[in-house]
Design a protein around this ligand. Sequence first.
Ligand code: GBH
Length: 455
Amino acid sequence: MSLNFPDNFLFGSATSSFQIEGHPHAKGAQPSIWNTFCKKKFAVKNGHNGTIACNHYELWEKDLEIIRRLNLDSYRFSVAWPRILPAGEGPPNEKGLDFYDQLTDRLLEYDVTPMLTLYHWDLPEHLQAKGGWAHPQSPDWFANYTRAVASRLADRVPLWVTFNEPWVFLHLGMVTGEHAPGYRDPAHAAMAWKHVLLAHSRSVETLRSCSESIEVGLACNISPFIPASSDEKDIEATSRMEAYHNRLFLDPWLKDSFPDVADHAFGRYTPAWTESERSEAATEIDFLGINYYSPNRIAHQSDTFLEVGIRPPKPPVTDMNWEIYPEGLYEVLEWAFERYGPLDLYVTENGCAYTDSVGNGIVKDNRRIHYFKNHLEQCSKAVSDGIPLKGYYAWSLLDNFEWSFGYEKRFGIVHVDFSTQQRIIKNSGYFYRDLITSVKEGKKELVPYEDPIIF
Ligand code: GBH
């Protein structure tokens, strides 16, 4: 495997607050919409919830020790809004901020660059009760929350992400109901779309006012969309879905253009925009983070905008039944650079779920090693071709709460035993560590990774 990465390329790993921390009531915190959602019957597989998760809230020092041993350059984590503004409003809860303050200091002590995500889906339940993202004041709420976090951390955290995957929490949370808050309410989703667009730009503005030296960006999930056939109807259905999934947020934010897709997707619920609101939504950012997992295959089913046929993935697939298509990572990076550049790019998430077995304290997750190797090879190619890719974050550091799938799906490069909270670095973790070390040593080729890591 050739390694064409510049010296300052950031190799990292990512997590999110709700998926790992546990302890939703610690030090004055209050529940988020995911705590509430987990209590709903059949919402989450096996009735799992985030009350303990990886107990990272208590075991964070151990987890940072793992990060150090893996030789990571960077760590992407998210802040739990309900720890900072438990009721959504009022003065910030300093004790909630302390947790992330300590975490940041320890990362810096270990020479690991923090990348902080403000919103990875855990909205304070109190704000949902008022209407959540459909409430016209939600951009103000988000700006206030941003100010609270940035006032504490912008002096030390250099990389900031406002939203993680806005399309996912909008579509799965408010259109299909698979994620919190579990609505199937297109009118609510349409209003939320507008307010999230405005909230991001308000947050960016707030971040800029707190520090001139930080870099601000986004993390969006982007997928290649592949038509099931060359039939014109399949191609048309595919481009509808591509627009809805990949561009619903990014076009207004980064191109100041409102795709027809919004009108088509939301129909009569499409929110009204004044000219000044539209230009307010468009905001310059410093980097675009791309979360890449798999492509989507689409066929025509009906002319109704959101009704398309989702075709089964082509093997090989992961445990999520997501198709493995490493070239797709190159394709989305190239697409993002051409459409939204010039702009720094990061792969803010990439990874796969597999059932791992532990034997003698070793996890031989060869398939995950292959997944990472093949995707990192595409990153190396992108860098060679002049795409300004600045970093890559493996999803995820730890096996964790995989949303509606609970703890059954394991994405970690570190195994977590959820009954003992014991952590074991998987072989994919050692593979990643050795790759990072090879790059740091200036090697242009990865020494064969098959041994001694795996056997
Ligand atoms: C990310 O979401 C999340 O940021 C992270 O928290 C999560 O643990 C991780 O990935 C693994 O799931 O809905 O038809 O487009 C991934 C987003 C959304 C990608 C659903 C795949 C399925 C097909 N995913 N999507 S569709």
